[in-house]
Design a binder for this molecule. Structure first.
Ligand SMILES: N[C@@H](CCC(=O)N[C@@H](CS)C(=O)NCC(=O)O)C(=O)O
Length: 230
């Protein structure tokens, strides 16, 4: 492996970690995976990401890289010829980065707010925010009227927003909320992501099969270091 072996520190329920796992899979890169207990972080995690103390952390040789979007760009730039993730056009790249921030700063926090809401009032507000965020994506034409987010080819944004979509399905199960009336019908609308990785590809390799199996919902929040779900 150029630059040394790859090791990923993660937590199974973290969409940020799943982003990196998907990118590594698409790039066909081998790596060692280390599952962290975020309620009791390892010394290695604290040493490798002393600023944020969060996963994912990708260790390439002896060089740690943190922050999922930074890691994705690092992987794409280090192995540019294997399944390029970023578009070539600078304006398209800027748009990808913009919506990537949207996923991290708005979409994902609204989803976790549903899980961690303390009562029905809070939960209704959080669900409302998820719906607003989905509407923003829809208004931008980023939800799956097309095969992939934003462009004709699976790429960076599919990894970022597609993983949020997977998380969203988990959220609806765990919090027992129905987001089905949103426009587009949220979890179902995302099912398009279950299509083969490459258009025309004969590969039976499907989106869900690239994600690790999900343990029972009760473990969903605790694995992210929380004591209770609701
Ligand atoms: N902005 C970071 C967010 C990573 C993040 O929030 N990771 C969570 C798991 S989903 C974590 O490690 N939490 C541990 C903590 O907050 O103590 C990224 O994109 O990588």
């Amino acid at each position: 492996m150029d630059g040394g072996e790859l090791k990923l520190y993660g937590a199974w329920a973290s969409p940020y970690v799943q982003r990196v796992r998907l990118a590594l899979k698409l790039k066909a890169l081998d790596y060692e995976y280390v599952e962290e207990n975020l309620a009791n972080k390892s010394a290695a995690l604290l040493h490798l990401n002393p600023v944020h103390r969060k996963v994912p952390i990708l260790l390439h040789g002896d060089r740690p890289i943190a922050e999922s979007a930074v890691i994705l760009e690092y992987i794409d730039e280090t192995w540019p010829r294997r399944f390029p993730l970023m578009p070539a056009d600078p304006r398209e790249r800027a748009a990808v980065r913009f919506w990537c921030h949207f996923g991290s700063d708005k979409m994902f926090p609204s989803l976790t707010a549903v899980i961690h809401s303390a009562d029905e009032v809070q939960r209704a507000a959080a669900v409302g925010e998820v719906r607003e965020n989905l509407k923003l994506l829809e208004d931008e034409g980023l939800l799956p009227r097309r095969r992939f987010f934003g462009c004709e080819k699976l790429g960076f944004l599919d990894i970022v927003l597609g993983v949020d979509a997977h998380f969203l399905r988990g959220v609806t199960e765990v919090a027992e909320v129905d987001l089905g009336e949103t426009s587009p019908p949220s979890p179902a609308g995302y099912e398009v992501r279950s299509s083969p990785v490459r258009p025309g590809s004969a590969s039976p390799f499907r989106y869900d099969s690239r994600l690790p199996p999900r343990p029972p919902p009760k473990d969903f929040g605790t694995s992210l270091g929380r004591r209770r779900l609701l």
